[in-house]
Design a protein around this ligand. Structure first.
Ligand SMILES: Cc1cc2nc3c(=O)[nH]c(=O)nc-3n(C[C@H](O)[C@H](O)[C@H](O)COP(=O)(O)OP(=O)(O)OC[C@H]3O[C@@H](n4cnc5c(N)ncnc54)[C@H](O)[C@@H]3O)c2cc1C
Ligand code: FES
Length: 317
């Protein structure tokens, strides 16, 4: 049922920064290039896997470029590496390019904004287990919240390249139009044709946008938009699979919808991570034990970050 396992030939590698482009209020797209063994390791990286970036010696932006809400946090040290998943991976001859879609939320991601072409950065990866693509499914539904769009954009590319006969529909949500993590503008005609997000449209994938404040697309939570679409389109549960990435509350609701509709669902979980390689035990995800009332703690970095949604005990919020 399941395709190739996630890449396991991880290592500590040096990456060359090729680009770092601001794409909205708080989002950037960071381009990294790997050579030699690193290129071979990252060439096999699956959508949903991640890397740990060392930002400890990356400079802070000038004080006038630090958002007010991050002024206090900005000076905190970033000795621990920070985890980021891949929004794109492209293997060429002996080089592999990786793109990371990131949101500026604290001292590490703030430092990332000062990286520029020609810099080098230490990266551990590829880590964790990515999305598994069951070959028997015909309809793939991608549900993204905020920065959760990154790994689903890469998954969209893989799905359309490797499984040309399947159908994929993406749902992307954010608080407002300004908070959508997409590079190109949403144009009216594409939205009317059902291809709202250019990053998905470039792979021929239909997409819908939802914003909490109604400033673009569906007015309301992306899970409400998704639920409405399911109600209107009524896909056959056995032929369909859902992949979710975003805030835990969104994943929890996505998992509930999947259960109600009897559709398989995989979710990419987030936890604070220290080591990223199963040593520090800081990234526990409570999971159900099959056919039992017991639960067990799995590690987001090693067992995940992608889990079957029916396995996860989501936090109550
Ligand atoms: C497997 C994985 C993949 C990720 N992929 C991406 C990605 O592609 N793009 C992206 O922008 N971010 C991604 N993240 C989140 C990213 O790692 C954090 O935003 C980053 O570590 C923030 O570092 P910081 O120093 O800027 O802020 P910090 O000071 O570390 O955090 C700022 C705020 O965010 C909260 N926070 C930070 N990390 C997490 C977390 N993992 N779970 C819950 N709350 C958290 C903190 O509690 C704090 O309130 C991913 C996280 C994981 C675990
Ligand atoms: S981050 Fe250390 S065990 Fe998962």
């Amino acid at each position: 049922m399941v395709e190739e396992p996630s890449a396991t030939n991880k290592g500590v590698f040096s990456a060359a920064v090729t680009a770092n482009k601001r794409i909205g209020l708080r989002y950037y797209r960071l381009g990294l290039e790997f050579s030699m063994e690193a290129a071979a390791a990252f060439a096999k990286a699956k959508a949903g896997q991640f890397a740990e970036l060392d930002l400890s010696s990356t400079a802070l932006p000038k004080s006038e470029n630090i958002p007010e809400e991050l002024v206090d946090a900005a000076g905190r040290n970033v000795l621990l590496r920070r985890p980021f998943s891949f929004a794109d991976v492209t293997a060429k001859k002996d080089k592999t390019s990786v793109e990371i879609l990131y949101c500026v939320v604290g001292p590490g991601s703030l430092r990332m904004t000062t990286l520029s072409a020609g810099d080098t950065i230490s990266v551990i990866g590829p880590l964790g287990n990515g999305f598994d693509v069951p070959k028997e499914k015909k309809l793939f539904l991608l549900v993204a919240g905020g920065m959760g769009a990154g790994p689903l954009i890469y998954l969209a590319k893989v799905l359309t390249a490797d499984y040309p006969s399947i159908e994929v529909v993406a749902f992307a949500g954010a608080k407002s139009a300004d908070e959508l993590p997409f590079e190109r503008r949403l144009d009216q005609i594409s939205q009317e044709l059902g291809f709202a997000v250019p990053e998905f449209a470039r792979y021929g994938i239909k997409s819908l946008v939802a914003t909490d404040d109604g400033s673009a697309g569906f007015g309301g939570l992306v899970t409400n938009c998704f639920s409405q679409w399911l109600g209107q389109n009524k896909p056959a549960g056995r032929d369909t699979i859902i992949f979710g990435c975003g805030p835990e509350a969104m994943l929890k609701r996505t998992a509930e919808i999947a259960k109600e509709k009897n559709i398989d669902c995989q979710v990419s979980m987030e936890r604070m991570m220290a080591c990223g390689i199963g040593v520090c035990q800081s990234c526990a995800v409570e999971c159900r034990v099959a056919d039992s009332n017991e639960t067990v703690y799995k590690l987001c970095c090693e067992d995940g970050p992608v889990f079957e949604s029916k396995e996860v005990i989501f936090s109550p919020r």
